[in-house]
Design a protein around this ligand. Structure first.
Ligand code: NCD
Ligand code: ZN
Length: 352
């Protein structure tokens, strides 16, 4: 089948994005629309994390001022302050979901949770209010149990199965899946369970992460068989799988291993894909023969799961560039700077 020279998509949506605070937010928030997204589902792992409805709404207003053309969908950070009463208040105010970070597994997760059981009254309230539970699907590392960043997602899947069984009417999203086991698990569960897949995990494997801090993100990209499973999930057209970029900008200096006062510092986790997200996803899907699944993956499946209809006249059209576009080495502004994912590589599509 000849590939088309243009593709028009109804209102692409990114169902997992970090747009930060302060100067970084000023730089990156407008990049969401630039990357072709009309709707963005925003993560709450700010400093401090967003555990109160009023703070979530204030953040939403800030984002709307920075990028009025994007529909900003908001989340709370699961935390002891998030009570069933807070859930009812949040639902009434239009907050869509609650993000659960296991303690200490990723950026700004020091206030994350250790035990899902204590939150059952919160999940019950969410189920009743129609809110979505967004799961960072890793368990903390544990030497005794041989749990590390390499198998933390596989060990999490038991929690996912348990939550799905205990709350059959709660919509649950396993975020940024990275393993074949996670794909199989999501497929085995009911229609209340869906899964986001990032652009970078459709391309990276552990071999390209190990030597490159700019490819370091949580969860880590895994083996070629895992990447194949993620690509197959997209290629299958299953409505359970949709785009959540997990675009997570960090200042360039935070991505670099550095030494201060004689001490080595770890590099921050996160890949930054927002500014070129739709062209990147189209390029990647074309690369593994799934361009015909682009619309489902970026526009239809996530919107259906979340019940967020595409706005009228919000189509985005892609075309083949006259000369391939090369992702720049850095993006700077507002006194900060970030290195985008795929810096120096060429994209096969551009937004008209
Ligand atoms: C995210 C961040 O930087 O906020 N980092 C990442 O590696 N994905 C946090 C997260 O979503 O885990
Ligand atoms: Zn994230």
């Amino acid at each position: 089948m000849p590939t088309p020279s243009t593709i028009t998509l109804p209102a692409p949506a990114d169902f997992h994005v970090h747009v930060r605070q302060g100067a970084m937010s000023e730089l990156v928030t407008p990049h969401v629309a630039q990357g072709g997204m009309r709707t963005a589902y925003v993560m709450p792992n700010l400093v401090p994390p967003l555990t109160r409805t009023d703070d979530v709404l204030a953040y939403q207003r800030t984002l709307e001022a920075l990028a009025p053309d994007v529909e900003w969908l908001m989340t709370l950070y699961l935390h002891p302050e998030v009570t069933p009463d807070e859930i009812r208040k949040a639902a009434k105010a239009g907050v869509r979901g609650v993000k659960s970070y296991p303690r200490g597994v990723t950026t700004n997760s020091a206030s994350g949770i250790e035990d899902y059981g204590v939150y059952y009254p919160v999940f019950k309230a969410m189920e009743e209010e129609g809110m979505v539970l967004n799961l960072h699907g890793e368990v903390p590392s544990d030497d005794e149990k041989n749990i590390s960043v390499l198998n933390a997602e596989k060990h999490f899947l038991g929690h996912l199965r348990q939550l799905a069984a205990d709350f059959p009417a709660l919509r649950i999203v396993l975020e940024h899946a990275t393993t074949a086991e996670a794909v199989d698990c999501v497929l085995s569960l009911g229609p209340n369970v869906a899964c986001t897949i990032t652009a970078h995990h459709l391309w990276l494997t552990i071999d390209t992460v190990a030597p490159q801090p700019h490819h370091f993100c949580k969860p880590l990209a895994k083996e070629p068989r895992d990447r194949r499973a993620l690509q197959a999930a997209v290629s299958s057209g299953s409505p359970k799988f949709f785009l959540g970029s997990d675009s997570a900008p960090h200042p360039t200096a935070s991505k670099m291993p550095s030494v201060t006062g004689g001490e080595l510092h770890a590099c921050a986790a996160g890949c930054y894909t927002s500014p070129y997200l739709l062209p990147l996803v189209a390029t990647l899907l074309e690369g593994f023969g799934a361009l015909d699944r682009l619309q489902g993956f970026v526009s239809d499946h996530g919107r259906k799961f979340y019940n967020i209809p595409a706005a009228e006249k919000a189509e985005v059209t892609l075309r083949r560039p006259a000369t391939p576009f090369r992702v720049p080495a850095t993006l700077a502004g507002f006194g900060t700077e970030v290195v985008p994912f795929w810096a120096g590589r060429e994209l096969a599509w551009e937004i008209v």
